[in-house]
Write a protein that binds this ligand. Structure first.
Ligand code: 13P
Length: 249
């Protein structure tokens, strides 16, 4: 059995004070969920406040990006050791907004993933096709390409430590969720790639999350798909009661 991961991506929202307030409200509602892993990914500037607020609970905290070097002349980047020092345990890598607005490529995704693993963080590596790719019948090819260039170069020990998030770009922030069937199909494509490269045990163990307009009212049907091992929630993770009802689906 794969233990579900219910993750929130706060994107560029909330101050440290707002982070603390969120946890005060969220913790009594869902902070002791034990049949899944709850991971909240705020901005770098909120990591310390989030870790502090989550102390003593099973809630984990993740960053939204990671520099690929340990240190150096990389203005604006935040390294693995810096993230680790905050007490964060996870990191989102290759989110479509990073790819779209900030020039993230499969090559940089690969480097950042290696860095996260080197510094003991769990990478949540995001993949997903764009609308024009899906409409042109190239969704599967897009996912295979992202896997081959961004993930397949890891070794077996490394791949056992990652989580993959499937986030179709056309479903992010649009209110247009992939149907559970479309999501499960995409997860099967990704899992088949993992199996082809790393074998059955690795592909059976790998957790693949779905992300894109996940809300309290659609989480149940998504999670009913055996292929879907959790969710990566954007907008609906900002509200403590809303995210708690997703976690407690
Ligand atoms: P929304 O849930 O707001 O569609 O965002 C999804 C996402 O990008 C999570 O990483």
């Amino acid at each position: 059995m794969r233990r579900p991961v219910m993750a929130g991506n706060w994107k560029m929202y909330k101050t440290p004070a707002e982070t603390t307030t969120f946890f005060e409200k969220f913790q009594p509602l869902a902070g002791n969920a034990i049949d899944c892993e709850v991971v909240i990914c705020p901005s770098f500037t909120n990591l310390t406040a989030a870790v502090e607020a989550a102390r003593g609970t099973p809630i984990r905290v993740g960053a939204q990006n990671i520099g690929w070097a340990k240190e150096g002349a990389f203005t604006g980047e935040v390294s693995g050791p810096m993230i680790q020092a905050t007490g964060a345990t996870h990191v989102l890598i290759g989110h479509s907004e990073r790819r779209h607005y900030f020039g993230e490529t499969d090559e940089t995704v690969f480097k950042r993933t290696q860095s996260a693993l080197e510094f003991g963080l769990t990478p949540i590596v995001c993949v997903g096709e764009r609308l024009e790719e899906r409409e042109a019948g190239r969704a599967e090819a897009a996912l295979v390409g992202q896997f081959q260039k961004g993930i397949a170069g890891l070794n077996e020990q490394q791949v056992a430590r990652i989580v993959i998030a499937y986030e179709p770009v056309w479903a992010i922030g649009t209110g247009r969720t992939a149907t559970p069937e479309i999501a499960a199909d995409a997860h099967r494509v990704i899992r088949a790639q993992v199996r082809g490269k790393f074998g059955k045990a690795a592909s059976d163990a790998l957790r693949i999350l779905y992300g894109g307009s996940v809300k309290p009212d659609n989480v149940k049907s998504l999670m009913a798909q055996p292929e879907i091992d959790g969710v990566l929630v954007g907008g609906a993770s900002l509200d403590p009661a809303g995210f708690a009802s997703i976690v407690n689906f």
